[in-house]
Ligand binder design. Sequence first.
Ligand code: FAD
Length: 444
Amino acid sequence: APVVLWFRRDLRLGDHAALLEASKHSKHVLALYVLDEALLKPSGDARTAFLYGCLEKLDEQLGGRLMLVRGEPAAEVVKAAKKIGASAVHVSADTGPYGRRRDAEVAKALADNNIDWVETGSPYAIMPGRVTKPDGDPYRVFTPFFRAWTAHGWRGPADTGPSLVDWVEPPRTLKIPKAPKVSATLPEPGEQAALDTWHTFLDEALETYDTDRDRPDREGTTRISPYLRWGCVHPRTLLADLAGNDGVGAKSMRGELCWREFHADVLWHRPETARKNYDRRFDKMKHDSDTEAFERWCAGKTGYPIVDAGMRQLLAEGWMHNRVRMVVASFLVKDLHLPWWLGARHFMNHLVDGDLASNQLNWQWVAGSGTDAAPYFRIFNPTTQGEKFDPNGDYVRKYVPELRSVPGKAVHKLKERPKEYPEPMVDHAHERQVSLERYGQITS
Ligand code: FAD
């Protein structure tokens, strides 16, 4: 009997463990994707547009045989499976809170119809929940997790491709919706673009990654995050390319890929941390509720050049450099005293790589309420961060046109402000003190 391969966060055909498993059960595989309002509604337009692009590319790779349906996954997956007389539905595990709930429902609905549910692999090198302390407890701190994750090891990439199976002609299908119009310039979607992006990085930037990864003025990072988000490439493919390379660039890259796995692991054990403080002492933290301040931050009009450049890069590209993500997040929480989840929501609305685990837990890391948090009292000074990591001011000038006439690093500490550029909306030294006092109130 044929089987169904239900695609979710694995929009590729190479290194696809679930496809390999499906091929062992049947040579006739129906490729299915379900447009699920529960996921599409909260997704920002940029991420949705990128998703539709990835679906187009996947459909092309399948010779136009992707079956697209819209509705409740439990009903739609069963319907599709029954229609072709499938014996099983194969998936890569989804480990996020919504995905786990949904999959339990779908698996049950399938079982009621005598159709098997087979999970193989996940979007991670090691399935969240599997790397634990010797006593079985989850790790709360990154470095020991990284050590245990490395020692645990992972399988090599699954040897799969478009012609491994015969793709079943869909009994019916929707057209892939037209992508919402977005002003951001998005990356090229799909598996081939993911691999090209990665190979360009290996050729041009891996060796200098260790130092350049902190420089938003350089193309020093992979920009692979949107592809990992949708599974256009699997992290094991990337890790296999780095295997045996003990250079500083490769070591550093393995560490960053592991941060992604660590946050997924934390969310797996504590799904409520998508909305709530990991460290519950922070529930008592006093926040401001200034909507005008929040809007200025969102628009990149705070009067702090590196913060404004970052916020505008987010709007222009649906992506922001990691160093600047940390700076703008710190500014929202520690200079404007607004709650981290407001910033996290804005990020999720605009990021093409917006990922619940990485986003919410990085926000919590910056806010001090997460696992392994940056010590709360280490408060980023946005001016010195700019001077240090964008030393010639090129990054700021690229995204803040009002400052294009200001030369060199003077853009970070403006003596005279062009009149179109706002005054700093707050005094950093003062707000820093306010933050420390509020922190003292919850920890004393
Ligand atoms: P590279 O430096 O090339 O790193 C390679 C890969 O390693 C990344 O694609 C990513 O998968 C992983 N990685 C690197 N740093 C981190 C990190 N700190 N945490 C988790 N994974 C990491 N990343 C997301 O993928 N989605 C998000 O929604 C997201 N939100 C963030 C919010 C805040 C406040 C902060 C501080 C960071 C956030 N990150 C998020 C992590 C990081 O900023 C991005 O993964 C990185 O900037 C993506 O660019 P890159 O692919 O060029 O990174």
